[in-house]
Write a protein of this length. Structure first.
Length: 115
């Protein structure tokens, strides 16, 4: 059974930074193209960053240049470094497969950007 735990969210002022982590058991992240998603209140969940084949990365236009996805295969952990945060980045952030949903959604981690 796959279990994932997202963490690292919090309250941050505009312009601040956070690093999110996603740790999993029951699945090996290195075998899949993983991604980070977010869901803001009243909006659909959207992909914000992900790995493509060959280790390349893709980003939503709204976060390009500010967010960086990375992974540590030895720790089976996915990261999302978020810089220059904006109020519109406020959402619950989740990890899952980028090209396909691999497991039930975790609890996510809340990111709130506000002064």
């Amino acid at each position: 059974q796959v279990q994932v735990v997202e963490s690292g969210g919090g309250l941050v002022q505009p312009g601040g930074s956070l690093r999110l982590s996603c740790v999993a058991s029951g699945i090996s992240f290195r075998l899949y193209n993983m991604g980070w998603y977010r869901q803001a209140p009243g909006k659909q969940r959207e992909l914000v960053a992900g790995f493509t084949g060959g280790g390349s990365t893709i980003y939503a236009d709204s976060v390009k240049g500010r967010f960086t996805i990375s992974r540590d295969n030895a720790k089976n952990t996915l990261y999302l470094q978020m810089n220059s945060l904006k109020p519109e980045d406020t959402a619950v952030y989740f990890c899952n497969g980028r090209s396909q949903i691999l497991f039930s959604w975790g609890q996510g981690t809340q990111v709130t950007v506000s002064s």
